[in-house]
Design a protein around this ligand. Sequence first.
Ligand SMILES: NC(=O)c1ccc[n+]([C@@H]2O[C@H](COP(=O)([O-])OP(=O)(O)OC[C@H]3O[C@@H](n4cnc5c(N)ncnc54)[C@H](O)[C@@H]3O)[C@@H](O)[C@H]2O)c1
Length: 432
Amino acid sequence: MKLTVTGVGYVGIVTAVCLASMGHEVTCLDVDEIKIALLKSGSPPVYEPELQEMMARHAQRLTYTGDAEAAYRDAEVIFIAVGTPEQPNGSANLAYVYEAARGIAQNASRDCVVVVKSTVPVGTNDRVEAIIKKNLAHNVKVEVASNPEFLAQGTAVQDTLHAARIVIGVESEAAEAVLRRVYEGFGQPVLVMGRKSAEMTKYASNDFLALKISYINEIANLCEEVGGNIDDVARGMGMDPRIGDKFLRAGIGYGGSCFPKDTLALHYVANQFDKDLKTVKATIEVNERQKARLIYKARKYFESLEDVPVALLGLAFKPHTDDLRGAPAFVNVANLLSEGAKLSVWDPVAMPAFKKHYPSGLRYCDNIEEALAGAELCLIMTEWPEVTGLDIQSFKRLMKRPLVLDGRNCFSPALFAGSGIVYDSIGRAVAS
Ligand SMILES: NC(=O)c1ccc[n+]([C@@H]2O[C@H](COP(=O)([O-])OP(=O)(O)OC[C@H]3O[C@@H](n4cnc5c(N)ncnc54)[C@H](O)[C@@H]3O)[C@@H](O)[C@H]2O)c1
């Protein structure tokens, strides 16, 4: 089939490449000329494992353009995968979605189905359909369908190729049939429902996962007080199939482009209907507090952080991505710098992006050893394999004072027993 994906960020480019791998002809449209130039040169605009290789393998079925007319002219199905970032009041900014809808209306010159893949509040698909119908330049029939995306950054390609389910929200059997054809090759369960339910399914899923994280983090903090071990507790909980073992890893909170904004957006929508979603509100508050958990811990060891050399390992909100959106590293770096710490940071892929926020005031290191050298405190922000695979003796060998505050529970505390290194993690006893 001839498909177009509008907006080729994390979701759009992965969707486009995976659809091409199923034999579809996919045109990728983006307003960002730099992204399009990069794609044309064979480089994906975001870092995702396997993405570049797949782009190359299916290159003959992938076209990249900034020309809306060319992108929409023949498309049977048009996916909207533009961003829906949060606004200062917590609501989702739908301006990019509506702009894409107007572009489609002006250029679509054959009957087509427009699929909203961006995460959007309930009712947005209706609005997209209204905008398209109002602005149609040609005599064509356009239907709108919701198809929320559940991929996770860092495993986006595999998540798309092996999704647990494909949710399709449609208002007609014709649109359902078209989407079933699009996804035929994936062999995944397809769940068909109304558009509003599909829109809600996305927020309800994300906010539930975020809730699980905030819940386990609160239990972890309590474990520290009462002498429990969060690893044991999480294992004990997770083996219950009613609970499940995913998203029960304690740490310094969630970040990324989805959980922070989707919790805020659902909270905002509920308020619009005079409803107070107390669980969602608590999820957000707990997460904000948890991001600074290591700073709170650091105060146990230092009266002041002024002039203390600090190594910060990891900037991205999770490994295998260069995405910094909502990353706890920001809260920690801001706190440490405002307290006068001397900061050396390392991340294998996210440093160039972080430099745009902090071009100076801290030292960017090429490797972990360089960051640790002479440090009196090490904060672990991201569980990169380079960190989890580190020989713990490096902390002792390289640091002036071997004190490790681990925000991602990368190591077993038992490893540090008798090591002379103080190891303080989340929800577990301090080891040394
Ligand atoms: N990133 C994730 O892990 C993830 C997972 C599931 C769902 N989502 C949702 O998917 C949507 C996209 O997220 P993302 O992280 O891929 O965003 P992104 O910011 O990485 O990419 C969005 C792209 O859209 C382009 N764009 C904006 N307006 C455009 C227009 N009018 N025409 C063409 N291109 C346009 C931008 O230039 C950018 O390249 C969001 O709603 C997000 O909530 C994201």
